[in-house]
Design a protein around this ligand. Structure first.
Ligand code: BES
Ligand code: ZN
Ligand code: ZN
Length: 496
């Protein structure tokens, strides 16, 4: 989708659709009285998310007016802007209109802040919402006729509005396209997205974005004594991979790392999952694919850092040679792990990957993993579970989440949780308790055993990897949530 900024009076907009946002109470007079004056107040009050569309019947230079409610000013948040743009694009899709014009809403303040909203941020959010709403996964449909994509979104600024809008749109396009890339790769089911296919996807990205890449195959993984990855892989007919991508080799720049969980299908292994909902475990590779999306965006934004993106990928299957409850494996850093539940496999493949990446001594290492069902119990589907051994890093991620609306909530890592992972027959066990008590926290405490003295944060994205309910700018399916969050975090870290 092409996103443009145009300086125009709203009445002079020549397009199929003009979308205008209205703040409840504040904007009591609706725009274009010639067509809105007879509307009853109950029909459109500007309540948050409310939509009203009017045919202009040739009275104006555009054919349809879309009014979108932003709700009350006191509740305002930048995400309402993404929702406004997303709703406008979805409306254009429903009308099979090639283009849509979206007026920049005039907002003075955001919720809980005294600072005024920067108009570049508003334009960026508009462009993000528009690009994200235009993605739909149709690649597995044999008939593509119903599918429609909007070609152009025109963001309408008035003459006295100023800012570096071109740059805001460029940033937004890079970020939203990286998120759409993650959604598109992640939508591939497990018969297509095999570990080898993810490795090839990583190679293709590396080539396109001029990144260096090493893919370790099963024999290399054996030589490197990454037995935790090998243990999880044992029940699968497909070999595992460990992919390491690198952006920028300039040693003067600070090094950061992102690590993702790449389980291409999580059946649970011998500790088999119930069949209901098991198909959703094709998304258990979200962390790995997100790591690719992050390095894609960082390289296109040309951030002045070095970045490693790493993931191990394997299926977790109950084949004849599968790992069994009670098995003991020695991880890359020499720690022994008693595998008491083969369904707690994410922490196993991450153990080897985190220990390996920590050796590179990054300034900070962030992992993304659909790690536990327990995080959905504690935080539902609105916030990502954040765990960290460093307050500054945790705060940078929290702030980035508020801005990108990929919100996080920090969870504890007290030593009592660390104790819960102590094993009878090995150094550590892969479940913290028989039940699921504190399940996300003991999982994070397990990961912490493999990061050495590296500043580290873990994002448990099990609750946000897919969209399950109607959403203003994301379709049902893989969400790609986490990419904008981590890129914003990296930008926060280097700004300070
Ligand atoms: N991939 C799952 C976690 C998950 C659950 C992701 C639901 C998305 C939605 C993970 O590997 C897993 O199975 N975790 C177990 C851990 C338990 C055995 C300690 C869980 O959450 O039940
Ligand atoms: Zn599992
Ligand atoms: Zn899993």
């Amino acid at each position: 989708m092409q996103v443009n900024v145009k300086k125009n009076e709203l009445k002079d907009v020549k397009d199929e659709i003009l979308a205008v946002a209205v703040m409840q109470e504040k904007d009591s007079a609706l725009p274009f009285p010639e067509i809105t004056k007879n509307m009853r107040k109950e029909e459109f009050e500007g309540k948050s998310g409310q939509i009203y569309t009017i045919d202009t019947q040739n009275k104006l230079s555009f054919k349809k007016l879309l009014l979108f409610g932003l709700g009350e000013e006191k509740d305002f948040d930048l995400d309402y802007i993404r929702r406004f743009a997303g709703t406008s694009v979805k409306y254009a899709i429903s009308l099979k209109s090639d283009s849509v014009s979206i007026a920049i809403p005039r907002i003075s303040k955001a919720k809980n802040t005294n600072s005024s909203i920067n108009s570049n941020d508003v334009v960026q959010a508009l462009a993000e919402g528009a690009v994200l709403a235009n993605y739909k996964c149709i690649k597995f449909k044999s008939k593509k006729d119903d599918y429609f994509e909007v070609k152009t979104a025109n963001i309408i600024a008035n003459a006295n509005e100023s800012g570096d809008f071109e740059n805001a749109i460029k940033r937004a396009s890079i970020l939203a396209n990286a998120q759409n890339y993650v959604r598109d790769v992640n939508e591939n089911p497990a018969n297509i997205a095999t570990p080898q296919m993810l490795a090839q996807t990583a190679r293709d990205l590396a080539k396109k974005n001029n990144l260096s890449i090493t893919v370790f195959e099963k024999d290399d993984i054996k030589k490197m004594k990454m037995n935790a990855i090998l243990g999880v892989n044992q029940g699968s007919a497909l070999p595992p991979v460990l992919a390491i991508l690198e952006y920028n080799k300039d040693k003067k720049l600070p090094l950061y790392a992102v690590v993702g969980k790449g389980i291409t299908f999580d059946s649970g292994g011998i500790s088999l999952k119930p069949s209901k909902g098991m198909q959703e475990m094709k998304y258990d590779k979200t962390g790995a694919v997100s790591a690719l999306g992050i390095i894609k965006a960082v390289s296109e934004l040309k951030l002045p850092i070095r970045l490693i993106a790493a993931f191990a990928a394997t299926e977790n299957m109950p084949g004849g040679n599968a790992q069994k409850p009670g098995d003991i494996v020695t991880a890359y850093n020499g720690k022994t792990i008693e595998v008491l539940n083969t369904d707690a496999e994410g922490r196993l493949i991450l153990a080897d990957t985190l220990a390996y990446v920590a050796e590179k001594k990054p300034e900070a290492m962030i992992d993304l993993a659909t790690l536990t069902g327990a995080i959905i119990v504690s935080l539902g589907r609105n916030r990502i579970g954040l765990f960290s051994n460093d307050d500054k890093l945790a705060n940078a991620i929290y702030g980035a989440g508020q801005k990108t609306f990929e919100r996080v909530w920090r969870m504890p890592l007290d030593k009592e949780y660390v104790e819960m992972n102590k094993a009878d027959f090995a150094d550590i066990k892969n479940i913290g308790s028989e039940g699921s008590e504190g399940g996300s926290i003991t999982a994070a405490a397990f990961l912490q055993e493999f990061v050495g003295d590296c500043k580290w944060a873990h994002l448990d994205i099990a609750g946000v990897d897919m969209i399950v309910e109607k959403h203003a700018y994301l379709d049902k399916g893989a969400s790609g949530i986490g990419v904008r969050l981590v890129v914003e975090t990296l930008e926060n870290l280097i700004r300070k």
